[in-house]
Write a protein that binds this ligand. Sequence first.
Ligand SMILES: Nc1ncnc2c1ncn2[C@@H]1O[C@H](COP(=O)(O)OP(=O)(O)OP(=O)(O)O)[C@@H](O)[C@H]1O
Length: 528
Amino acid sequence: MYMAQSTIAHKIVHSCHNMPYRSDMCRCIRNNCFTNKRCKCKRDEKNKKTCTVYCKCRKGGRECIDPASVASTSTASTSTSNIRPLTVECLTLESESESEEEELEVVETIINPWQEKSKKLENEKVKEMENKIDALEKQLQQVQKEAEDKIDALEKQLQQAQKEAEEWKILAYKKINECRILRNANHELTGKIQVFCRIRPRTSKEMLQQKALCNINFIDNCTIEVDKSDGSDAMSCSGKQQRTKQFSFDKVFASNASQADIFLELSLLIESSLEGYNVCIFAYGQAGSGKTYTMEGEREPQTEGIIPRTVRHIFRVIQERQLMSTTTYKIKASFLEIYNEELYDLLETTPKKIEIKYDCAKPIINQQDLEKYLQHARHNRRVASTASNERSSRSHLVVRITVSASTKEGVLPTGNLDFVDLAGSETYSERSPRAQQKETTKINCSLSALTRVIRSISNNDLYIPYRDSILTYLLKSSLGANTASDWPRVPAAAICPQCSTLIITVVVVRRSTITHLTALTLFLLGYV
Ligand SMILES: Nc1ncnc2c1ncn2[C@@H]1O[C@H](COP(=O)(O)OP(=O)(O)OP(=O)(O)O)[C@@H](O)[C@H]1O
């Protein structure tokens, strides 16, 4: 056993015999660490080699045991051989325990102030946090109270609004019924056939050409007087010569009338399709008189025509009605063309010839659907340049919008809205190309057939010549013979399309006693 001498590092001395130092040969009792330094041997006065190494633990005043020397001692003395290692072990443990206690004390002296400080800090922090939590809890309670108050107020408002909505619903329901009654009364008074006249303004081209105007005097809202501008005298039915002629309509729209003005006049009639009425609106007049403009119009909202406005209006009314009833509505539309007495579906890529009974209606989910189909149909419709119109329609266009309604109880009557943009009536000319002559003949023939049908209906004839033309056959249900029900026959109207050079003559026969469910409106578009 050797004593450690250094306060900086344990000095471990052993007989190394100049051998490389082995870590298991010497260990520091205190820290149980081993050095790995090579020993530096010295010879003492007896020429005995002594090796000194320093343990790295740098704890002074502790013993180091040279296991080699312990081992050599044990072999020398057999009687103490068993006790000695145990004693050494015991001493080692004692010393370890002591040193650990001391260390603990040192550590405690270092740690204690920190612990106290930390505890103090912890207490402060806890207190601070508790204060914050208290404040937050108070805030939360305040917010909760405010929210509850607001919810209460909103609930009261909601109840009030619900009550008001109920009252409005009842009022709206009453108004709808009143409208229905008024509309029916109006139908009765007007004979369910109305003829309006719209006089279009001069186009920019006509202004440039400084075309002569015929004089139109607006006698009142329903009457116009046409004065022949060329000075020649017109012949009256009685054979009397006259310069001026008066025409009466249900309403006359002057050239400054907007598309909205025209639609306003028709909106009530159009709404009746939602209750299962059949409505038929014709645009009738000379080529270039503004029929397509009135029916379809242009793409801008201000100038769009009756058809797009109708669909928008129907969607709006349906939305309003669905707020107060569970009735569901479905809208379908077909775009048909009658060209040279043949029927075509205009929604095909190229117009497809179809039979009259063929159902080619497409569902209309929103306004965009209709606009898309209308564009497609417009593109497919046959037009040609004529003397009076650069894009003159050479065919009749029939846009049929079907509104079907159903409730939980069952299906309601289906209403058809037929918009008919008739081909422009033209005077037959031997000088026109043959194909155009054929078109003109067919157009005029079908217009005559339409006239005959309406005349027969107005005369209450037993036989109505619906089959005389594709147009009249297609419009059979709208014109009156509604085979799906026992509705009475159609209203009477007679059109006498004797074209003067200025304006088409129209004779309307009204029957105020008619109680059918079909409404027919005729448009005459004066071409000036
Ligand atoms: N109310 C109006 N306001 C402004 N321009 C109009 C009006 N009515 C018609 N027009 C213009 O007059 C021209 C002829 O109109 P449109 O093509 O609608 O006549 P149409 O009766 O359909 O002719 P067609 O029978 O030859 O097809 C078009 O350029 C159109 O824009």
